[in-house]
Design a protein around this ligand. Structure first.
Ligand SMILES: NC(=O)C1=CN([C@@H]2O[C@H](COP(=O)(O)OP(=O)(O)OC[C@H]3O[C@@H](n4cnc5c(N)ncnc54)[C@H](OP(=O)(O)O)[C@@H]3O)[C@@H](O)[C@H]2O)C=CC1
Ligand SMILES: C[C@H](CCC(=O)O)[C@H]1CC[C@H]2[C@@H]3C(=O)C[C@@H]4C[C@H](O)CC[C@]4(C)[C@H]3CC[C@]12C
Length: 306
């Protein structure tokens, strides 16, 4: 908690006049980030596939006080489009201060079905396009000493059942961007990389897919979006949101990985098999175990304070 909590020196002024790209901004956390940035007076360039939704988000951003707001629509399955989005920022603003990589392609929630093409496509959308955008944006980010913010998940730190292709793409992000962070430090490149490790968030898409199968309440997307912007502006290495659950889980993974796996499995298998057989897909039930992580984490903290 100490190392991963944002210090209190964040000010919304830090984003005023900054030039920010937000991917996956037509809905969910990306849409909420666009609204926060707009309120803070940033210039925003938004990206997703659905033009009609993006148009509405842009209009709202302008009402909220964005310095400017525009969008580019297209699919990140194609890395050429990823480069095009960054070029649009270069042509419009002549520079870039923050690149927020947030979009994800469709993934099913069920036993891995052996479809290698789906894994390839998801890697292209959720991982390769992030790499392509970073490569194209890097000269501008070096110039502005800017920030890269990568939105990931607890599923990119610890595997759980029924999300194998999705989880693989999130692990790939961790590997790539933590390696890149080392290289930036070695070469004195002053571009920060913030990896955001998120738990269950109440976006429409996540609620649609898994809410029926999870007992714990999801965390609010509005607060999550603000925490992502804050951690990026403060150039933090990682964001854990919600902090107690994610940090507790990662702590247990380091101390007792088999115990973590057993807890996850023991909460999952029975219910999921039944639902999968009905063809509905389903969700692991890690909530009880995550409460155990949190309790465990609190005990450690209290002991530490003593
Ligand atoms: N919600 C949750 O519980 C959690 C979310 N996260 C992470 O947070 C981020 C945002 O998730 P969330 O807000 O829930 O997701 P949403 O499904 O709400 O939003 C996804 C966004 O990506 C866009 N998108 C989908 N496919 C493509 C594509 N092929 N090319 C370009 N854009 C695309 C969507 O718009 P359109 O359809 O118009 O293209 C949309 O704007 C993701 O990185 C996710 O992994 C992490 C942990 C938990
Ligand atoms: C249930 C998990 C954590 C438990 C908790 O109570 O916090 C969730 C943590 C990460 C989630 C998945 C994720 O990373 C995003 C995907 C987004 C899709 O749009 C829908 C479902 C997700 C697979 C989502 C499902 C819940 C988590 C595994």
């Amino acid at each position: 908690v100490y190392f991963y909590s944002a210090p209190d020196n964040f000010s919304e002024e830090m984003l005023r006049g900054k030039r920010v790209i937000v991917t996956g901004a037509s809905s969910g956390i990306g849409e909420q980030m666009a609204y926060h940035l707009a309120r803070m007076g940033a210039h925003v360039l938004l990206m997703a596939r659905t033009e009609a939704k993006l148009q509405k988000v842009v209009e709202r951003c302008l009402e909220l006080g964005a310095a400017s707001a525009r969008f580019v629509s297209g699919s990140m399955e194609n890395t050429a489009f990823a480069e095009e989005v960054v070029k649009e920022a270069e042509n419009t603003w002549g520079g870039l201060d923050m690149l927020i990589l947030n979009h994800i392609g469709y993934s099913y929630f069920n036993y891995f079905d052996g479809d290698v093409e789906h894994v390839r496509k998801l890697l292209e959308t959720n991982f390769l396009s992030y790499v392509a955008m970073t490569v194209t944006a890097l000269p501008m980010l070096k110039e502005s000493e800017g920030s890269i913010v990568v939105v990931s998940s607890v599923a990119g730190k610890a595997g759980g059942p029924f999300i194998a292709p999705y989880s693989a793409t999130k692990f790939a992000l961790e590997g790539f961007f933590s390696s890149l962070r080392h290289e930036f430090i070695i070469d004195n490149v002053n571009v920060s990389i913030t990896l955001c490790i998120l738990g269950f968030i109440d976006t429409d898409s996540a609620m649609r897919v898994v809410s029926h199968a999870i007992r714990a309440a999801p965390s609010p997307k509005e607060e999550c979006a603000l925490e992502i912007i804050r951690s990026g502006a403060l150039r933090q290495r990682e964001l854990h949101y919600p902090p107690s659950i994610v940090t507790g889980m990662l702590l247990l993974r380091g101390l007792a990985p088999d115990l973590l796996d057993t807890l996850i499995r023991s909460n999952v298998i029975k219910s999921t098999r039944l639902e999968a057989q009905r063809g509905l897909g389903s969700m692991l039930r890690p909530c009880a175990s995550l409460h155990v992580f949190s309790a465990f984490h609190c005990i450690l903290l209290k002991e530490g304070m003593k």
